[in-house]
Design a binder for this molecule. Structure first.
Ligand code: 5AD
Ligand code: SF4
Length: 434
């Protein structure tokens, strides 16, 4: 059945920052085709659901989200399923529902305009290829940016942690070329970005043919005058090179924040997860980073209830929260991902045990986070204003340590000197200095 080409589109992204980045690039791509953005799915004649597959009942949730796009009169917009669920499900999507017109994986979304045209002609529009040619070269240049911008420099993963779906949905590790990244950083700076966060599933594994590493890239981006702050995420402990650690000492624009997931404090569990580091090697990396940058705010990821995790092994996770002294951390209940080795391991942990462990872990993390926030009270620091707060004249910005700071005064995109006057569990209050 033929249908008109859509004119107004809406992109909805779930999951990680790389998906947020991909969502922005898809928006720019569709806009370059002459389509306009719609404020919500209700006003759009093309809806892109940019999905995440990392945890929980991702697939079921996506099918119910698709169902909800149907309108009261029985009509629905053209629907494109993008992201990691699209990659994992592929053709299965069009077998399971007639409510999806386009299926496009994370490495193929530069084909979206063509897929939209095919769908409008009533043709098959499933594209989950992982082509060797880079999608990035086929995307329009960056022209819009807020004060903080994401820039994907690396994608995919070769590490195959036994719980993780990423190597299957995002493919093998690839690094974008140096010049493309530096050009994109300059374009973002021209568009108003003050802070750039370099993204990759293993961002610190970034490298190129001449053997340069992420720290070289950070050094080059630090030379762009309008860029005041640089961050990067997510890193693997084994790829924290000497050069990257030294960059935390030597490059003033590199913010004192490191997201370095450990997942568990038990060496047996880490081995079963195929993490290829143990707790001692992880803590050694942290010590070296702290020696280079004593005020670094450390962040992490944890999984509780990995198959076979005993109470004593979980206690070791609580222990590493204290030993590593996190400023913040994310924690998740283990969720079996179809096709991963851990999904078929025996000794899956009962849901109520996972709930209890997650609660205890989050209490330990929250206590550390509160202590870290309190320790910043009385400091004078810089805050990058990113969005309006709820009160008149109020702004919300980020401290160098990635805390949200509320203050009165200034304008979006300002880097203001601020005295931190109070701390809560999730944010700080500041007073702007003249
Ligand atoms: N179950 C629970 N958490 C997971 N993560 C990745 N895969 C799973 C899974 N199967 C968590 C890890 C990772 C973060 C992005 O998501 O902690 O670092
Ligand atoms: Fe989710 Fe991982 Fe895909 Fe990001 S890469 S959207 S975290 S499954």
């Amino acid at each position: 059945m033929n249908r008109p080409l859509p004119r107004r589109f809406h992109v909805k992204s779930f999951g990680c920052q790389m998906n947020v980045y991909d969502g922005e690039r898809m928006t720019e791509l569709l806009a370059a085709e002459g389509m306009t953005t719609a404020a919500s799915a209700d006003d759009a004649d093309l809806v892109v659901l940019n999905t995440c597959h990392i945890r929980e009942k991702a697939v079921d949730k996506v099918y119910s989200d698709i169902g909800r796009l149907r309108r009261d009169d029985g009509s629905r917009p053209m629907v494109a399923l993008a992201g990691c669920v699209a990659q994992a499900e592929g053709d299965e999507v069009v077998r399971r529902t007639r409510d999806v017109d386009i299926v496009v994986g994370p490495q193929a979304y530069h084909h979206l305009p063509d897929l939209v045209a095919r769908a409008a002609r009533g043709e098959n529009a499933v594209d989950t290829d992982m082509p060797a040619d880079s999608k990035f070269g086929a995307l329009p240049a960056r022209r819009r940016s807020g004060p903080g911008a994401f820039l994907t420099v690396q994608e995919g993963c070769d590490k195959f942690c036994t719980y993780c779906v990423v190597p299957y949905t995002r493919g093998a590790e690839i690094s974008r070329p140096w010049a493309a990244i530096v050009d994109e950083a300059k374009a973002l700076a021209d568009a108003g970005a003050k802070e750039i966060t370099l993204l990759g599933q293993n961002v610190n594994a970034w490298t190129d043919d001449s053997g340069r590493g992420l720290h070289d890239l950070i050094e080059a981006i630090a030379l762009i005058p309008a860029i005041a702050r640089i961050r990067y995420t997510t890193s693997h402990p084994n790829d924290m090179s000497d050069g990257l650690i030294a960059a935390h000492r030597d490059i003033a624009k590199l913010m004192p924040f490191l997201h370095l997931p450990v997942q568990s404090g038990s060496d047996r569990v880490l081995k079963a997860m195929n993490r290829s580091h143990d707790t001692a090697s992880y803590l050694r990396v942290i010590d070296r980073v702290r020696a280079a940058r004593p005020d670094i705010a450390l962040s992490g990821d944890f999984i509780v209830g990995f198959p076979g995790e005993t109470e004593a092994e979980f206690a070791a996770t609580l222990d590493i929260v204290d030993r590593a002294d996190y400023a913040q951390a994310y924690s998740f209940k283990y969720s079996p991902r179809p096709g991963t080795p851990a999904a078929t391991m025996t000794d899956q942990i009962a849901p109520e045990v996972m709930d209890d462990r997650l609660r205890r872990l989050q209490a330990a993390i929250n206590a550390r986070q509160m202590a870290f926030n309190q320790a910043t009270v009385g400091r004078r620091t810089s805050v990058l204003l990113e969005r309006k707060g709820k009160l008149p004249g109020q702004w919300i910005g980020k401290s160098p340590w990635l805390q949200s700071v509320h203050l009165i005064g200034g304008a979006i995109g300002d880097l203001v000197d601020v005295d931190i006057v109070a701390a809560g569990p999730n944010s700080l209050s500041g007073e702007a200095r003249a």
